[in-house]
Design a protein around this ligand. Structure first.
Ligand SMILES: [Zn+2]
Length: 189
Protein backbone atom coordinates (compact mmCIF):
# COMPACT_ATOMS: atom_id res chain seq x y z
CA UNK A 1 0.00 0.00 0.00
CA UNK A 2 1.23 3.50 -0.65
CA UNK A 3 -0.03 6.96 0.19
CA UNK A 4 1.35 10.45 0.69
CA UNK A 5 2.06 12.13 4.02
CA UNK A 6 3.56 15.47 4.83
CA UNK A 7 6.88 15.30 6.72
CA UNK A 8 8.32 18.16 8.75
CA UNK A 9 12.11 17.97 8.90
CA UNK A 10 14.20 19.67 11.54
CA UNK A 11 17.33 21.55 10.57
CA UNK A 12 19.85 18.76 10.82
CA UNK A 13 17.97 16.79 8.17
CA UNK A 14 17.42 19.58 5.68
CA UNK A 15 20.20 18.45 3.35
CA UNK A 16 17.86 16.00 1.61
CA UNK A 17 17.61 16.46 -2.14
CA UNK A 18 14.46 16.59 -4.20
CA UNK A 19 14.00 13.63 -6.50
CA UNK A 20 16.04 11.21 -4.38
CA UNK A 21 14.60 8.35 -2.40
CA UNK A 22 15.21 8.02 1.32
CA UNK A 23 14.42 5.52 3.99
CA UNK A 24 13.27 7.16 7.23
CA UNK A 25 13.57 5.32 10.50
CA UNK A 26 11.92 6.39 13.68
CA UNK A 27 9.69 9.28 12.63
CA UNK A 28 7.07 10.67 14.97
CA UNK A 29 3.42 10.79 13.99
CA UNK A 30 1.84 14.08 14.99
CA UNK A 31 -1.72 15.25 14.86
CA UNK A 32 -2.56 18.61 13.36
CA UNK A 33 -4.19 20.87 15.91
CA UNK A 34 -6.87 22.08 13.53
CA UNK A 35 -7.99 19.04 11.61
CA UNK A 36 -8.11 15.31 11.75
CA UNK A 37 -4.98 15.12 9.64
CA UNK A 38 -1.70 13.65 10.78
CA UNK A 39 1.82 14.41 9.66
CA UNK A 40 5.28 13.02 10.29
CA UNK A 41 8.14 14.78 11.97
CA UNK A 42 11.72 14.02 12.94
CA UNK A 43 12.17 13.54 16.70
CA UNK A 44 15.00 15.31 18.58
CA UNK A 45 17.07 12.11 18.70
CA UNK A 46 17.04 8.62 17.29
CA UNK A 47 15.99 9.34 13.72
CA UNK A 48 18.06 8.11 10.81
CA UNK A 49 17.60 8.93 7.16
CA UNK A 50 19.47 6.94 4.52
CA UNK A 51 19.38 7.27 0.78
CA UNK A 52 18.11 4.13 -0.96
CA UNK A 53 17.49 2.84 -4.48
CA UNK A 54 14.78 4.85 -6.26
CA UNK A 55 11.38 3.22 -6.75
CA UNK A 56 10.97 1.56 -10.13
CA UNK A 57 7.23 2.35 -10.31
CA UNK A 58 5.93 5.88 -10.97
CA UNK A 59 4.85 7.67 -7.80
CA UNK A 60 2.29 10.40 -7.21
CA UNK A 61 3.75 13.80 -8.03
CA UNK A 62 3.52 16.15 -4.99
CA UNK A 63 2.78 19.04 -7.39
CA UNK A 64 -0.47 17.32 -8.32
CA UNK A 65 -1.76 17.16 -4.77
CA UNK A 66 -4.83 19.29 -4.10
CA UNK A 67 -4.08 22.63 -2.48
CA UNK A 68 -6.05 21.69 0.62
CA UNK A 69 -3.44 19.06 1.37
CA UNK A 70 -1.31 21.71 3.01
CA UNK A 71 -3.67 24.69 3.25
CA UNK A 72 -6.40 24.96 5.82
CA UNK A 73 -9.35 27.31 5.55
CA UNK A 74 -11.30 27.85 8.73
CA UNK A 75 -13.62 30.29 10.40
CA UNK A 76 -11.53 32.58 12.56
CA UNK A 77 -12.07 35.32 15.10
CA UNK A 78 -9.30 37.77 15.99
CA UNK A 79 -8.76 37.62 19.75
CA UNK A 80 -5.83 39.99 19.85
CA UNK A 81 -2.73 41.43 18.24
CA UNK A 82 0.50 39.87 19.46
CA UNK A 83 2.88 42.05 17.51
CA UNK A 84 3.08 44.55 14.69
CA UNK A 85 6.50 44.88 13.09
CA UNK A 86 7.01 47.74 10.65
CA UNK A 87 10.33 48.36 8.97
CA UNK A 88 12.00 49.84 5.89
CA UNK A 89 13.24 47.35 3.33
CA UNK A 90 15.93 47.63 0.67
CA UNK A 91 14.41 48.57 -2.69
CA UNK A 92 16.69 46.06 -4.42
CA UNK A 93 16.68 42.90 -2.30
CA UNK A 94 13.72 43.59 0.01
CA UNK A 95 15.73 42.79 3.15
CA UNK A 96 15.31 44.80 6.33
CA UNK A 97 17.47 47.93 6.55
CA UNK A 98 19.08 49.21 9.69
CA UNK A 99 18.06 52.85 9.93
CA UNK A 100 21.05 55.01 10.79
CA UNK A 101 21.37 58.69 11.50
CA UNK A 102 23.08 59.20 8.14
CA UNK A 103 20.75 60.11 5.27
CA UNK A 104 22.37 57.45 3.07
CA UNK A 105 21.31 53.92 3.97
CA UNK A 106 23.55 51.02 3.03
CA UNK A 107 21.91 47.61 2.72
CA UNK A 108 23.90 45.09 4.72
CA UNK A 109 22.64 42.28 2.48
CA UNK A 110 23.23 43.50 -1.08
CA UNK A 111 25.31 46.62 -0.39
CA UNK A 112 23.01 49.03 -2.25
CA UNK A 113 23.22 52.61 -1.02
CA UNK A 114 19.85 54.37 -1.07
CA UNK A 115 17.92 57.32 0.29
CA UNK A 116 15.00 56.83 2.66
CA UNK A 117 12.58 57.74 -0.14
CA UNK A 118 13.72 54.74 -2.22
CA UNK A 119 13.14 52.25 0.56
CA UNK A 120 10.00 50.12 0.78
CA UNK A 121 7.90 50.10 3.89
CA UNK A 122 7.07 46.60 5.08
CA UNK A 123 4.89 45.39 7.90
CA UNK A 124 3.93 42.02 9.30
CA UNK A 125 1.68 41.13 12.19
CA UNK A 126 1.07 38.23 14.51
CA UNK A 127 -2.49 37.65 15.59
CA UNK A 128 -4.01 35.40 18.19
CA UNK A 129 -7.08 33.89 16.57
CA UNK A 130 -9.77 31.53 17.71
CA UNK A 131 -10.27 28.64 15.31
CA UNK A 132 -12.83 26.15 16.51
CA UNK A 133 -11.65 25.10 19.98
CA UNK A 134 -8.08 26.33 19.52
CA UNK A 135 -6.38 29.64 20.11
CA UNK A 136 -3.46 29.88 17.74
CA UNK A 137 -0.97 32.54 16.70
CA UNK A 138 -0.82 33.18 12.97
CA UNK A 139 1.36 35.55 10.94
CA UNK A 140 0.19 37.90 8.18
CA UNK A 141 3.05 39.10 6.03
CA UNK A 142 3.09 42.40 4.19
CA UNK A 143 1.17 41.38 1.05
CA UNK A 144 -1.70 39.76 2.97
CA UNK A 145 -1.88 42.68 5.41
CA UNK A 146 -2.16 45.00 2.40
CA UNK A 147 -4.97 42.87 0.97
CA UNK A 148 -6.87 43.23 4.26
CA UNK A 149 -6.22 46.99 4.36
CA UNK A 150 -7.39 47.34 0.75
CA UNK A 151 -10.53 45.30 1.41
CA UNK A 152 -11.50 47.87 4.03
CA UNK A 153 -10.55 50.87 1.89
CA UNK A 154 -7.55 51.63 4.11
CA UNK A 155 -4.68 51.16 1.69
CA UNK A 156 -3.17 54.49 2.66
CA UNK A 157 -3.22 53.89 6.41
CA UNK A 158 0.25 54.62 7.87
CA UNK A 159 1.99 51.39 8.82
CA UNK A 160 2.71 52.02 12.46
CA UNK A 161 2.17 49.78 15.43
CA UNK A 162 -0.65 51.99 16.76
CA UNK A 163 -2.60 52.40 13.54
CA UNK A 164 -2.31 48.78 12.46
CA UNK A 165 -3.20 47.42 15.90
CA UNK A 166 -6.28 49.63 16.05
CA UNK A 167 -7.24 48.68 12.49
CA UNK A 168 -6.99 44.95 13.19
CA UNK A 169 -8.95 45.14 16.44
CA UNK A 170 -11.71 47.15 14.78
CA UNK A 171 -12.15 44.72 11.90
CA UNK A 172 -15.56 43.15 11.57
CA UNK A 173 -15.50 39.48 12.55
CA UNK A 174 -13.20 37.67 10.17
CA UNK A 175 -15.27 35.00 8.48
CA UNK A 176 -12.45 32.75 7.41
CA UNK A 177 -8.72 32.59 6.89
CA UNK A 178 -6.63 30.27 4.79
CA UNK A 179 -3.31 29.38 6.31
CA UNK A 180 -0.44 27.03 5.87
CA UNK A 181 1.85 26.24 8.76
CA UNK A 182 0.52 29.28 10.68
CA UNK A 183 1.26 31.65 7.78
CA UNK A 184 -1.93 33.29 6.59
CA UNK A 185 -2.41 33.12 2.82
CA UNK A 186 -5.75 34.84 2.51
CA UNK A 187 -8.41 36.49 4.64
CA UNK A 188 -12.10 36.69 3.88
CA UNK A 189 -13.99 39.39 5.76
ZN1 LIG B 1 19.58 45.14 -0.41
Amino acid sequence: MSSTKKVTLWEQFCGLEEGKTYNFQNLQVKKEYNSNGVYLSTPKTGCTITEVEPFSQPLINPAELPQNFTNTTAAAEILGVRSVTAYQACCNCNKKLVIETSSILTCSTCGLKQNMKSTIQQCYVQLLVQIKESKITVTLFNDILHDVLASQGKSTLPLTEETITAFLLELPTVTSITFNNKIVESVQI
